[in-house]
Design a binder for this molecule. Structure first.
Ligand code: SAM
Length: 229
């Protein structure tokens, strides 16, 4: 039987600056009948949106994503905007959960992740880094894995959790778990945006200050390997 498969695109919008929005992302949004995204993402595509648009908030996330899937199933082309890259703590996972076993064709349009933008700003090769995101899950297992990576002298790049595992809390946690207080730390705030700020400090100092919620944290554990057992 030939089934008419609807199309739902999850579009990576990059780290925030319009300079990092890809032509593929713009084309997908232009072609979409429905565009769903957070306000800051919708603003990036203001000139491209031709169809209906819906602002995504923490409160309407469930309803909005269900609407996206239902609309795609009904034959509409839908674009869901996801900051950075959709596959790294982005909306891809949330959409896949909802489309599981439903007949919706998914297309993922990659975007420049905040992690990539941070590595580029620091002129850092990230082949060997340990990558963590605590944005959605900050479980104790994950925290312990982080402490182990630092203890093993791995360089770490991570997305903190703006409420329950901020860079300040992460630094305190690592110090309590035996990390060297002089371990170099870099916090990249609002990367690619006009208020971008890159703070180079140590774990000890990072444990005493607050940073912008939108940040990527780099821990240069390989520079300091004196850790307690
Ligand atoms: C829901 S996660 C999305 C991550 C995104 N999918 C990515 O690939 O960058 C949101 C978190 O990403 C980080 N982030 C996103 N944009 C950023 C930027 N321009 N500068 C620094 N961090 C950013 C922040 O930690 C923010 O809380």
């Amino acid at each position: 039987m030939c089934r008419n498969v609807a199309k739902l695109s999850i579009v990576g919008t990059g780290p925030g600056s319009p300079d990092y929005v890809t032509p593929a992302a713009r084309k997908t949004v232009k072609d979409a009948q429905i565009v769903i995204g957070a306000e800051r993402s919708l603003i990036l595509f203001r000139e491209d949106i031709k169809g209906e648009s819906l602002t995504l908030t923490a409160k309407n996330l469930d309803d909005a994503l269900n609407y996206a899937v239902d609309s795609a199933k009904a034959g509409k082309s839908v674009a869901v905007l996801s900051t950075g890259d959709p596959g790294f703590s982005g909306l891809l996972g949330s959409v896949l959960k909802r489309t599981n076993s439903r007949h919706v064709e998914i297309a993922v349009i990659p975007g420049v992740s905040s992690v990539q933008a941070c590595a580029a700003a620091l002129q850092m090769c990230w082949d060997e880094v340990s990558l963590f995101s605590f944005h959605d899950v900050a479980s104790s297992e994950k925290r312990i894995a982080l402490a182990k990576a630092v203890k093993a002298g791995k360089d770490v790049v991570l997305i903190p959790n703006p409420k329950v595992f901020t860079p300040r809390m992460i630094s305190s946690f690592l110090l309590k778990n035996g990390a060297d207080k002089a371990t170099p730390v870099v916090i990249c705030e609002n990367i690619t945006l006009s208020d971008e700020r890159i703070v180079q400090t140590t774990l000890e100092n990072a444990a005493q200050q607050d940073f912008e919620p939108m940040c990527v944290m780099v821990i240069k554990s390989s520079s300091k390997m004196k850790m307690r057992d």
